[in-house]
Ligand binder design. Structure first.
Ligand SMILES: NC(=O)c1ccc[n+]([C@@H]2O[C@H](COP(=O)([O-])OP(=O)(O)OC[C@H]3O[C@@H](n4cnc5c(N)ncnc54)[C@H](OP(=O)(O)O)[C@@H]3O)[C@@H](O)[C@H]2O)c1
Length: 287
């Protein structure tokens, strides 16, 4: 496993397991338990995934020393304000069965995210959070956020895969010493990623799989990744990426796959933000 030291000195594994859409509690608990057994130390959940309690049970069952794990969860949009962030973190910790979180992020850049951040800064200073971050903050919004807050985010989670590479944002985040974490590193299995001929050819060069090549490409760009799978064989496969290296030609060929294609889309108008907020504000996050 490779690690990165965040801008506050905290160490984070460069590869973790994402558990979005592992909705069945038994399946989620088992996935987390098996992942830790296979060597994963970083698990990425969110209040909105409605599986924090199952993640907590998987962690407990693993029996591993808490200090060895790096657990991240996220504040949901309905709680994105000062009081909501305090309530949101407390509820997440209770469901996870933990007394601190390694990484707490603002899941979407909507609502009163400045108010939420002030509460998160206080929780960080009180030792409840080891690293602070945001998700889905594009460059101009993040630039403003960095400038007008006391604590600079340690990470930004962004959709990043061969068909949506975001090189300019990667350069910006590097210049600010903020770690980019790729969510949907396999484009959530869409756009024919696992049958892409360029990726298959590179995978054959190394006796590796397409998934391993994609993760390796992210690592070599200095981007952490949290692929999701509930299959144990794929968990092991996705972890086995630290014994080979892509050469410049291979990196450039993957660079040419850029199509600006996103699985989640970007909301550009007030109407789109309102519709998104209304669609997802009814989530019952109390498992
Ligand atoms: N912060 C945010 O706003 C945000 C948004 C979306 C996602 N995320 C995080 O990012 C994580 C990953 O994103 P994602 O779940 O959207 O998609 P993803 O990791 O890009 O892709 C998951 C898909 O790839 C398949 N897969 C995984 N490993 C494979 C392998 N080695 N070979 C072939 N297929 C493989 C999985 O199938 P099986 O499960 O059947 O193996 C699943 O269908 C999420 O779980 C979540 O933690 C964050």
């Amino acid at each position: 496993m490779e690690f990165k030291t965040l801008n506050n000195g905290v160490k984070i594994p460069m590869l973790g397991l994402g558990v979005f859409r592992i909705n069945d509690p038994t399946e989620c608990e088992e996935a987390v338990y098996q992942a830790i057994k296979a060597g994963y130390r970083f698990i990425d959940t969110a209040t909105a995934y409605q599986n924090e309690a199952a993640v907590g049970r998987g962690i407990k069952r693993s029996g591993i020393d808490r200090k060895e794990l790096f657990i991240s969860t996220k504040l949901w949009i309905t709680d994105t304000n000062y009081e909501g962030a305090k309530r949101g973190l407390n509820n997440s910790l209770r469901r996870l069965g933990l007394d601190y979180i390694d990484l707490y992020t603002i899941h979407q850049p909507y609502n009163d995210y400045y108010g939420a951040w002030r509460a998160m800064e206080e929780l960080y200073e009180a030792g409840k959070i080891r690293a602070l971050g945001v998700d889905n903050f594009r460059q101009d919004r993040l630039a403003d956020f960095i400038e007008f807050n006391k604590i600079k985010p340690q990470v930004n989670l962004l959709e990043t895969h061969p068909f949506y590479q975001r090189q300019a944002e990667t350069d910006f985040l590097k210049s600010e010493n903020i770690l980019q974490i790729a969510w949907s590193p396999f484009a959530a299995g869409q756009f024919g990623i696992f049958t892409d001929q360029t990726l298959i050819k590179i995978a054959k060069n190394h006796g590796k799989s397409v998934g391993q090549v994609v993760l390796r490409w992210l690592m070599q760009r200095g981007i952490a990744a949290i692929p999701k799978t509930s299959h144990i064989s794929r968990m092991k496969e996705n972890l086995d990426i630290f014994d080979f290296e892509l050469n410049n030609d291979e990196m450039n060929s993957i660079g040419e796959l850029e199509q600006g294609k996103t699985v989640a889309g970007n909301r550009e108008t007030a109407k789109e933000v309102r519709e998104f907020f209304d669609a997802f504000s009814q989530l019952n996050t109390d498992e």
